[in-house]
Design a binder for this molecule. Structure first.
Ligand SMILES: Cc1ncc(CO)c(N)n1
Length: 220
């Protein structure tokens, strides 16, 4: 098994649950309530700002000049996605009340940042990989059905687009290049990070679907 096959195997069932989640089914059949999509877009905006930092840490630890550049480019891309796509969706959805960073978003980004800062390059890579790979797979799967709702169709098209698929293939190639050099214990740690952040991906959609909120009043 290649390194990426091993990683994917650690999250295969989580991916099946993601595709079956009512949030994603609601995107493709157009039934997803706008407030759930707005919740998702707002939290994703918070998420992408920290994800960009996580990618920048991966860049700092990357093995070759080309890899440093690739992750730095993707960090820029995550900020661009946050500012561009989310500004676009917010314009369409209306500003609405600003949400703070909610529990699932905070748990996910905290885990990502802790892992990329404290782990090896391979461990950090495994932690950030579901964000790329699951969205590429979801984008591809949803693109076949698209959505009767033009707003949801646009979101699907962005992640199904060949440009994003190409970005993801490049990261997967990098993972398979370094895979053979890793010890069994490092590969096992990487697979655990991958399975954990894959699960956070499911939780992220689920939090938007449930309209998650902090359980007690917060200072802000
Ligand atoms: C939560 C989450 N995961 C992955 C992506 C893809 O970049 C995203 N925009 N948001």
């Amino acid at each position: 098994m290649t390194f990426t096959q091993e990683l994917w195997a650690s999250a295969e069932e989580v991916y099946a649950e993601i595709l079956a989640h009512p949030f994603l089914r609601g995107l493709t059949d157009g039934s997803l309530p706008r407030p759930a999509f707005r919740h998702f877009v707002q939290q994703d905006s918070h998420y992408l700002r920290d994800y960009a930092r996580a990618l920048a840490v991966c860049a700092a630890k990357a093995p070759t000049d080309a890899d440093v550049r690739a992750f730095a480019d993707d960090a820029v891309g995550a900020i661009a996605a946050e500012q561009g796509m989310h500004a676009e969706f917010t314009a369409e959805l209306g500003e609405g009340p600003e949400q703070p960073v909610l529990p699932t978003t905070l748990a996910y980004t905290s885990y990502l940042l802790a892992t990329v800062y404290s782990g090896s390059f391979a461990e950090g890579l495994a932690a950030v990989l579901p964000c790329y790979w699951i969205y590429a797979r979801v984008g591809e799967a949803l693109l076949e059905k698209s959505s009767p709702d033009p707003l949801y169709a646009r979101w699907i098209a962005a992640y199904g687009a060949e440009e994003f698929q190409g970005v993801v293939r490049r990261v997967l190639d990098l993972a398979d290049r370094i895979g053979p050099e890793l010890s069994d214990s490092e590969r096992a740690r990487a697979a655990r990070h991958f399975a954990t952040t894959a699960r956070y991906e499911w939780m992220f959609w689920d939090a938007a679907w449930r309209g998650e909120a902090w359980p007690v009043p917060t200072a802000d």
